[in-house]
Write a protein that binds this ligand. Structure first.
Ligand SMILES: [Zn+2]
Length: 235
């Protein structure tokens, strides 16, 4: 989970109450399209393959949430990490190439949770977004990446697209968006949220770069209006 930093002032901030109400109302399909459109390979993927990858990623995240509940019971991510060989470390902040992270997973077993962006989020004092709730959402996302790293048969690791071929040689690549969509869905299901966990990314962007947050918000609303996603797949 990350956001681009900017040096813009507070003047360009959109009204946060309106922003959150609108974002909470967006269906799953819009958030999946939003993530997919951010993939570096998006222009190389046709509509059929795109629909297949998104559906596969949603199933991957949903199946993992169900398996987790079966194996460990319906417990929050913060208790789940205690039962797994994972190290969760609070860190101040991390900025790589002007991008701020809420959390990162590093193989084989390390989750870092960054305090500076979380402090900024809690300072917004938004109902339902206290430190505990934010941490559960973030932890669940990174937990997905942990489980994914443990199993090379995960859909996000086996699904590939062909970039080019030369004779019998086929150059294939996984699509990063499938992993991010599956992680979003896993956090969504595990936390039993009525809104997308990705709202946190937009809110973080709002803290660091309000103009960019407004752009993402407009992009999401445009996706919702265009009905690019399949409404059948919505929750
Ligand atoms: Zn991720």
């Amino acid at each position: 989970m990350l956001a681009q930093i900017s040096t813009k002032t507070d003047d360009q901030k959109p009204n946060i109450a309106v922003l959150i109400a609108d974002l909470k109302a967006l269906p799953e399909s819009v958030w999946c399209d939003y993530l997919f459109n951010r993939d570096l390979l998006v222009a190389r993927i046709g509509p059929e393959k795109r629909a297949e990858l998104i559906a596969g990623a949603i199933k991957c995240g949903t199946d993992l949430a169900q398996e987790t509940a079966r194996s460990y019971g319906s417990i929050p991510a913060s208790e789940l990490v205690d039962q797994l060989p994972l190290q969760v470390k609070p860190e101040d902040s991390q900025t790589i190439q002007k991008q701020v992270f809420l959390a990162t997973f590093t193989e084989p077993n390390e989750i870092k949770i960054y305090q500076e962006p979380i402090n900024k989020l809690t300072a917004l004092k938004l109902p339902g977004f206290d430190r505990a709730a934010i941490t559960e959402i973030i932890l669940a996302h990174e937990l997905f990446h942990y489980f994914e790293s443990q199993d090379d048969q995960f859909y996000s690791r086996t699904s590939q697209i062909e970039l080019w071929h030369l004779g019998r040689y086929h150059h294939r690549s996984t699509v990063r968006a499938t992993s991010e969509i599956a992680a979003m869905i896993f956090s969504w299901r595990l936390n039993d949220l009525s809104f997308s966990p990705l709202i946190l990314d937009i809110l973080m962007l709002y803290c660091y770069n309000p103009e960019a947050a407004h752009d993402c918000y407009q992009e999401l609303l445009a996706l919702a209006r265009s009905g690019q996603g399949d409404p059948e797949s919505d929750q």
